[in-house]
Design a protein around this ligand. Structure first.
Ligand SMILES: [Zn+2]
Length: 150
């Protein structure tokens, strides 16, 4: 069930509000998700608002450069990011939602990011949802930043 939640980084410079469905938690075994320990919650850009932190956010990219691994340049927390598998959407880190008991999170979804190409093909086949042509995380991130207050 979609609900409105707020969250942010650890120091509070980055804050967001998002419509998320906590029944759709997922995790991923790719190189960066493993190190981050992120619990993913997919979210449409139209259902996400960056409340503050435009200047605090930094983006780390690697490999294809499609994903934008945004994080707070002060405290280092990855509160949300733009995933390569869905570069026209974003993924909120459920661990960064206000009032969340991190230890009780039990993601049912799984993306085999360690074998990314196969996992993406399987995901598209199962959901029928492929990213639109030309989608790129950098464009999505810019759209989020453009709508955010200074
Ligand atoms: Zn911070």
């Amino acid at each position: 069930m979609l609900e409105t939640r707020e969250g942010g980084c650890h120091c509070g410079r980055v804050r967001f509000r998002a419509e998320v469905d906590l029944d759709l938690l997922s995790h991923c075994n790719c190189s960066i998700c493993t190190k981050k320990g992120i619990v993913h919650l997919g979210c449409a850009v139209s259902q996400f608002q960056l409340l503050r932190g435009k200047t605090a956010l930094t983006s780390y990219t690697f490999g294809t450069g499609v994903a934008q691994h945004t994080f707070c340049s002060h405290c280092g927390m990855h509160a949300f990011y733009i995933p390569r598998a869905n570069p026209h959407r974003l993924s909120v880190n459920a661990r960064c939602l206000d009032g969340i008991d991190g230890a009780s999170l039990n993601p049912k979804g799984f993306f085999d990011g360690k074998h990314w190409e196969e996992a993406q093909q399987r995901r598209i086949a199962e959901t029928g949802q492929a990213p639109p042509p030309g989608a790129h995380g950098a464009k999505t991130l810019q759209a989020i930043l453009d709508r955010a207050p200074e």
